[in-house]
Design a protein around this ligand. Structure first.
Ligand SMILES: Nc1nc2c(ncn2[C@@H]2O[C@H](COP(=O)(O)OP(=O)(O)OP(=O)(O)O)[C@@H](O)[C@H]2O)c(=O)[nH]1
Ligand SMILES: [Mg+2]
Length: 337
């Protein structure tokens, strides 16, 4: 008996693919304004380290988030300030570079600061935006720490930013009486989450149509060795004071997978500028470094989803801030001055 003739199946009608959106958002602000805290809140995971100290973030850090059909890449940046060391100037350059190709710019301001005072970092940022003719969204952060009238005054001052409030030395020059670069103002607490959802919605709506650049579940684009070094640097920043955090850098030198259940052996080196820094980091009988190592190990283990065996060494390197290899590890472009 012949097989019954099976009518050909019509090719399924392709459902019109929902158009996707994709865009990048640069997060600028003075040191310590809460940029990294905000990026972590927007992404919903820790992609960038946070400490109470200024200049924690040293290069552009990427956090990725999907909201409905929209994929957004948030670029956390180092704080913008009047840099003196070449390394600091490169950090500030990296922050401005984040603005150039962004579809939206957020300027994060610590609401406890007064607007427009001489030498104020936020005034410098307003000047930079004006001279680049870039519009931005003003994000008044840490609203949990200020009273409403203070907040409203600050919002008013910043939205009336003019040439007279911009200190000399801002990138480029702008026309006298240049208009405020801010199109919108949001008042949030990045730490506690208030206002973050509204800000996210607003940013999503600004993203242009386009294909996604990353897989749906990807939240960061830095390599794991860098992220692990950043975690250790965060623990060092939290434990140390004065100039010491700015005198050190951390690099992952060895990453050895030891097979299922055995975890990963990670060797990191902490470079410091002076011999006198070493005993401070080690602490009595090495106790401080041991404590820092334990905290970093636990967080790295969580990040990689398997046990991390972390070995930390401290090396004195008087010129590490001028070494191209150190800058590269930090994610900065080397320049001599
Ligand atoms: N109370 C309060 N603290 C906040 C808020 N957002 C951030 N912080 C704190 O402010 C400090 C600085 O936060 P970061 O996110 O590291 O600031 P940043 O702008 O990335 O700093 P740099 O990388 O040094 O430029 C940390 O101690 C945060 O916990 C907030 O909304 N409320
Ligand atoms: Mg930061």
């Amino acid at each position: 008996m012949n097989d019954p003739v099976v009518p050909p199946i019509d090719p399924p009608i392709a459902a019109p693919a929902t158009p996707t959106r994709y865009g990048t958002v640069a997060i600028l602000g003075a040191p310590n304004a809460g940029k990294s805290t905000l990026v972590n809140a927007l992404v919903g995971a820790k992609v960038s380290i946070v400490t109470p100290k200024v200049q924690t973030t040293r290069s552009r850090i990427t956090g990725i988030s999907v909201v409905g059909e929209t994929q957004i890449v948030f670029h956390d940046t180092p704080g913008i300030f009047a840099a003196k060391r070449p390394l600091d100037a490169a950090m500030v350059d990296a922050a401005w570079a984040g603005m150039n190709d962004a579809d939206a710019v957020l300027v994060v301001v610590d609401s406890r600061r007064r607007a427009g005072t001489e030498g104020d970092d936020t005034a410098r940022i307003v000047g930079g935006l004006q001279s680049a003719r870039r519009k931005a969204i003003l994000v008044l952060n840490k609203v949990d720490l200020v009273k409403k009238p203070v907040l409203l005054t600050l919002a008013q001052e910043l939205s009336q930013a003019s040439r007279s409030q911009v200190p000399l030395g801002s990138p480029g020059g702008q026309a006298p009486g240049a208009a405020s670069p801010f199109t919108d103002i949001f008042m949030i607490s990045a730490l506690h989450g208030s206002g973050v959802d509204d800000l996210r919605k607003h940013v999503v709506a600004k993203m242009p149509p386009g294909p996604w650049h990353y897989p749906e579940d990807q939240i960061a684009d830095a390599n794991i060795r860098f992220l692990a070094a950043e975690i250790t640097r965060e623990k060092l920043f939290l434990a140390l004071h004065d100039e010491l955090p700015y005198a050190l850098t951390v690099e992952t030198e060895n990453w050895q997978e030891r097979g299922p259940k055995k975890g990963v052996r990670i060797d990191q080196r902490i470079f410091v500028l002076r011999e006198s820094h070493k005993p401070i980091i080690l602490g009595t009988g090495g106790s401080l470094l041991k404590d820092i190592g334990t905290k970093a190990r636990l967080e790295i283990s969580e990040l990689i989803g398997q046990p991390a065996h972390l070995f930390l060494q401290v090396s004195v390197r008087p010129n590490w801030t001028d070494e191209p290899a150190r800058w590269r590890e930090m994610g900065l472009e080397f320049r001599k001055n």
